[in-house]
Design a binder for this molecule. Structure first.
Ligand code: GTP
Ligand code: MG
Length: 450
């Protein structure tokens, strides 16, 4: 039971209906809102000021990603844009892949504080095989979205003090070749366009002639369109900036020149690049589009870039991620599906899967045991057979040996008999021999006496 305001009145209706009923009442209430005129100053016209004060107090954050080949003037342009020198160690460009380097700075202009992150894609375009060059950039952008999503999903959220590291603008530096975009540029921009606001810029525009530059710009834009690459369009829905933004959209990609060097021109110090044949003034709109870029990126559309990041790119990431996790807003019949219902459905699905898995594992276990049992039985049977075979072999061998022993015993006995008979014969022969000798001796003696 909760109180619900009745349409067009200040009374509250106590109802025991469902949330749906409450939503319906609220809808009717907003439809039936009455326009009243105030008879005196109330004060809620200070809301915009309150908002501004709160925002100024909190400070702002803005994160820029610079993508472009080595030495295209990324660091110089950042220094020129923010009128400062962002110190940073020069990156080594002999790495096997692209790596992301993020530097955080705190800037202040009047009473407005800005937390600025400048993210660089170090080593971009340095490798022989550039197929994977976009990967680490995409992974970095996703990781920032993921960190924000995790913070959002926490029970105890601290989003007001959370350091938002999502990339608000990607300055894509195009080499001033005067020909066309490189395939590396097209592939990278295509991979990034659904994740970040891409602002393409022609770097070192002082190295390309005026006529060539116009043709180059047209060529780049037609290549982006024919390859379906979505770049950031300066918004034209807010009438205060619609005209300037509309004009600037036609100037894309901006051809920029960067320099931190100040040169005296006339009686003014200006940022410029000096050459033997003349001077390129960075902030001179006849020389390059630096002022247009600064105007669009910082002075007019910084808040829109932040909003687009949250409402478009992060929203897309969040939606895909939550859908991947199984969350949905409507059921198969297109009826609203609450988080609670999703949780219950997921829980039941999970429990069902768990039970199924358990049953499968149990059956697998029983099958394995049966298999093992029959394997063991087979092995046992084989062992028995082997034992029987060996036993029979042993018995045969034993019988053979016994037969052999018997025949040998017989032979020994026969030999012994033969030996005894022979010895007997021999002794008899010896006896008769000695009798005959005695007889002959006697006869010889007798004949001698005669
Ligand atoms: P890595 O960080 O090493 O990739 O280089 P980077 O893209 O940051 O380039 P960096 O700003 O260090 O500039 C490289 C060289 O280009 C320096 O000598 C700059 O003076 C020069 N340079 C920068 N901007 C411009 C420009 O607009 N025109 C010309 N002609 N040279 C520039
Ligand atoms: Mg640099």
């Amino acid at each position: 039971m909760y109180p619900v305001p009745v349409a067009g009145s200040c009374e509250f209706l106590v109802t025991s209906g469902s949330t749906m009923a409450a939503v319906e009442v609220a809808r009717q209430m907003s439809e039936g809102a009455r326009n009243l005129s105030l008879s005196g100053h109330v004060g809620f016209d200070s809301m915009p000021d309150q908002l501004v004060n709160k925002s100024v107090c909190q400070g702002f954050c803005f994160n820029i990603l610079c993508v472009g080949e080595t030495g295209l003037g990324k660091s110089t342009l950042m220094d020129t844009l923010f009128n400062t020198r962002f110190e940073g160690d020069p990156a080594a460009h002999n790495q096997p892949g692209v790596h992301i380097k993020s530097n955080n700075y705190e800037l202040q202009e009047s009473n407005v504080r800005l937390k600025l992150s400048i993210v660089n894609s170090v080593g971009f375009g340095d490798q022989i095989n550039k197929e994977e060059s976009y990967k680490s950039i995409v992974e970095f952008i996703d990781a920032q979205f993921e960190a924000y999503l995790q913070e959002e999903l926490k029970i105890k959220r601290t989003l007001h003090s959370y350091h938002d590291s999502r990339i608000h603008a990607c300055l894509y530096f195009i080499a001033p070749t005067g020909h066309s975009l490189k395939s590396l540029d097209l592939v990278t921009m295509k991979k990034l366009d659904s994740k970040v606001n891409i602002i393409p810029i022609i770097a070192k525009a002082d190295s390309i002639s005026k006529n060539e530059l116009q043709k180059f710009k047209i060529k780049i834009m037609s290549e982006l369109v024919s390859n379906g690459v979505q770049i950031y369009q300066f918004p034209t829905d807010d009438e205060t900036v619609a005209e300037i933004n509309g004009t600037m959209n036609a100037h894309l990609p901006f051809a920029v020149v960067g320099s931190t060097e100040e040169i005296k021109i006339g009686n003014k110090m200006m940022k410029a690049r000096q050459y033997p044949w003349g001077t390129v003034q960075v902030e001179n709109e006849n020389h390059c589009d630096f002022v247009k870029l600064r105007e669009m990126l910082i002075r007019v559309n910084m808040e829109d870039l932040r909003e687009q990041t949250h409402a478009r790119h992060y929203e897309l990431y969040r939606r895909c991620k939550l859908e991947e996790m199984g969350f949905k807003d409507t059921d198969p019949d297109n009826k609203p599906f609450s988080l609670q219902e999703t949780y219950e459905a997921k829980r039941n699905e999970f429990l069902g899967e768990l039970q199924k898995k358990e049953e499968e594992m149990r059956q697998m276990f029983v099958m394995r045991v049966k298999e093992k049992e029959s394997e063991l039985k087979e092995a046992e049977k084989e062992l028995h057979d082997k034992f029987d075979r060996l036993k029979k072999l042993h018995q045969d061998e034993k019988k053979k040996l016994e037969d052999k022993k018997k025949s040998l015993d017989d032979e020994i006995n026969a030999f012994k008999q033969r030996k005894t008979a022979a010895e007997l014969l021999q002794s008899q022969a010896q006896q008769s021999g000695s009798q005959q000798t005695l007889k002959r001796e006697k006869e010889r003696k007798n004949s001698g006496f005669l």
